[in-house]
Design a protein around this ligand. Sequence first.
Ligand code: ATP
Ligand code: ATP
Ligand code: MG
Ligand code: MG
Length: 296
Amino acid sequence: MANSRYEYVKGFELDDRILPNIWVVVRIDGKGFHKFAKAHDFEKPNDVNALNLMNHAAVTVMEEFRDIVLSYGQSDEYSFIFRREADVYKRRAAKILSYVTSLFTSSYVYNWNVWFPNKKLEYAPSFDGRIVLYPTDQNLRDYLSWRQADVHINNLYNTVFWNLVLKGGMTNQQAENELRGTFSADKNEILFSKFGINYNTIDPMFRKGTILLRKRTQIPNLPNVKRQLIIPLYEDMIRDKFWKEHAEILGKYLPGDHEYEKNEDNDSNKLPELVIRQLEKLNYRTDSNKSVQVAK
Ligand code: ATP
Ligand code: ATP
Ligand code: MG
Ligand code: MG
């Protein structure tokens, strides 16, 4: 056979199947996003559209990979948690990692204009990706706590820093000096006394990062319909409460329930844009007030 002479090279491909029965975490992170944020004039310290675009790309990944039970994003990074039993691509590590990373990246580019309708994408962004395995539930929780604590530390620092620069008229260097050696309490105090900002009232997406969970979701105005949707939450994963309220993540996995409450004033409810986009894909129409108006 003409092929047989060459076929031996196939043996150079090594088996990279991931251990069974273990939490698989894929984390992606934007390459050089400090520069990317500058080139695209991201608002400091937090550009809400840039975060929404990250969330949008993560929803695309979760729609494709049904074994992802939770995703967690902040800044230019996203973590995707695959359930222990996931058998996608026979658990081949390179397949999983490369698909997740490239799908995330292509969705980020594909949906750029949804979140930045008046901004040109100046160059092609890229993301690195890694797989980390966590044997125990506690390891997984500690991993997510670590990422969420990171958001808190960075965001508190950045919030004070940019207020000192943008509202306080300091140079970057002066702001850096002002903050050197300060503790959280000092930073909260500066924010409050100088700028009248109570840190706890700023957008929870900035403070907590974005958690995406699959939930059977009750939509206001559609009382008898529950759809499985990927919904954003901004909760504290460090506390036990989160894991009790969303017991399906560590338990026998079956999406839990979520209800968007009616806003009594106008009989409608502002649903998150990410959720609205999923409903529209399911052919629900939504009105300009972002309430769900008409079933398909
Ligand atoms: P590397 O390639 O090593 O990851 P990097 O420049 O991407 O380098 P990171 O540590 O990943 O560095 O930090 C990402 C940076 O991207 C942040 O420090 C911030 O400057 C910027 N950034 C990301 N998302 C936003 C956002 N939503 N709003 C404003 N700035 C952002
Ligand atoms: P997998 O997801 O396992 O890679 P696949 O459908 O991508 O599955 P491949 O073995 O990668 O399968 O083969 C790629 C297929 O894509 C080819 O068999 C062919 O049908 C199609 N294809 C790729 N490039 C072209 C092209 N330039 N013109 C026409 N068809 C193409
Ligand atoms: Mg980065
Ligand atoms: Mg980063």
